[in-house]
Ligand binder design. Structure first.
Ligand code: DP6
Length: 343
């Protein structure tokens, strides 16, 4: 029996991926922070099949309970990977996964969960074939495999920051896999306080949201804007300009939600408290000049991004002004992390 265990983090995009085509290819490049507290831990054990099977057989457990919903999504993804991983037809995969963040947080587990599983698959391939690939190649492949499961998962396998999608401004960038981005020091210790406004699963899935970009009248302008924002953001990071960085992060977040609002059918994922928090964050920044800026993913929760050196002032602000707007006062104190690890 072969076995592999990996821990892999979630990530929060600063430049957003919104719009895809073909085999999980992005309409524009995106860039994210790799997180450290929000991770999935996954163990895959390969049990030999008697004879070959046309489908990949799996037994999927989330927090020690069989889980039909995630299990069937994973099954479909694995069925597309049998050319990459011929061993998938020879074994039943017993998959055990758990997340450090609660299911009821509204934080998607697909980026961390699918990247952890992609790492396990690449590792098992090495164990079974006896062919060990070089480290950079290993992570590149894991990123590509993760992308096929969920686009944003491709960005979870690298430390600090990661970029996915071809951009003329990023050397070695590709639509097929993400790459590591080494930011200047201030960004390596950034904090992300995840303020949970509503823990319910979102009403419109990311996949549906991506597909609605195909008919969106602003799509082409958006894809150009994402490329322009990426170039500006990289420039701001080179200069360690945290205000220029934060301003772009907020523009990206609001553009993402504006795109949802002008899709057909339109949808709104922000809630009243999302807007109240945004107002308070902007007032706090105006009053203090502290570079605390928000971003949003495809949901109502607010990610407050700030440099480590301001953490005590920002924590005090969160406690006095924002915690009461969170669902049951729920906050995940996350920060930039060093990427996945073998367990
Ligand atoms: C708003 O990666 O969840 O979080 O590829 O269909 O699985 P699929 O979509 P997903 O989309 C993430 C969208 C986003 C922005 C981002 O993470 O870049």
């Amino acid at each position: 029996m072969f076995k592999s265990s990996w821990s892999s983090p979630s990530n929060i995009a600063v430049i957003k991926y919104w719009g895809k085509y073909g085999l999980q290819l992005p309409r524009n490049p995106s860039l994210s922070f790799t997180l450290s507290a929000s991770v999935s831990q996954t163990t895959v054990t390969c049990i030999p099949n008697i004879g070959k099977s046309n489908h990949v057989n799996i037994e999927f457990y989330l927090d020690k309970e069989p889980n039909e919903k995630f299990g069937s999504r994973i099954s479909k993804w694995l069925d597309t990977l049998t050319v990459e991983f011929p061993f998938l037809k020879d074994y039943t995969l017993h998959i055990e996964t758990s997340n450090t963040f609660p299911h009821s947080s509204g934080i998607a587990s697909s980026a961390s969960g699918l990247s952890a599983l992609a790492l396990c698959l690449c590792d098992l391939q090495e164990q079974i074939s006896g062919i060990v690939v070089e480290k950079l190649e290993f992570y590149k492949r894991a990123s590509m495999i993760a992308r096929l499961g969920s686009g944003s998962a491709s960005r979870s396998v690298f430390p600090f920051m990661s970029e996915w999608g071809f951009s003329p401004d990023v050397l070695s960038s590709s639509d097929e896999y993400a790459i590591a981005i080494e930011p200047s020091d201030v960004f390596k210790t950034y904090h992300d306080a995840i303020l949970i406004v509503n823990p319910k699963e979102k009403s419109v899935s990311s996949s549906v949201g991506h597909s609605l970009m195909e008919g969106n009248p602003f799509a082409e302008a958006r894809y150009k804007q994402a490329n322009d924002h990426l170039a500006l953001l990289l420039n701001a990071m080179d200069k360690s300009d945290v205000h220029a960085f934060g301003k772009l992060a907020e523009q990206e977040a609001l553009t993402l939600h504006a795109l949802m609002m002008c899709s057909d059918p339109s949808f709104i994922l922000m809630k009243g408290n999302t807007l109240l928090m945004i107002d308070k964050i902007r007032s706090f920044r105006k009053d203090t000049s502290i570079p605390a800026y928000f971003t949003l993913d495809a949901g109502p929760n607010v990610h407050l991004l700030y440099p480590q050196e301001y953490s005590s002032e920002v924590h005090q602000f969160i406690e006095t002004e924002l915690r009461s707007l969170c669902h049951d006062g729920f906050i995940i104190w996350d920060k930039v992390g060093s990427g996945p690890s073998r367990l």
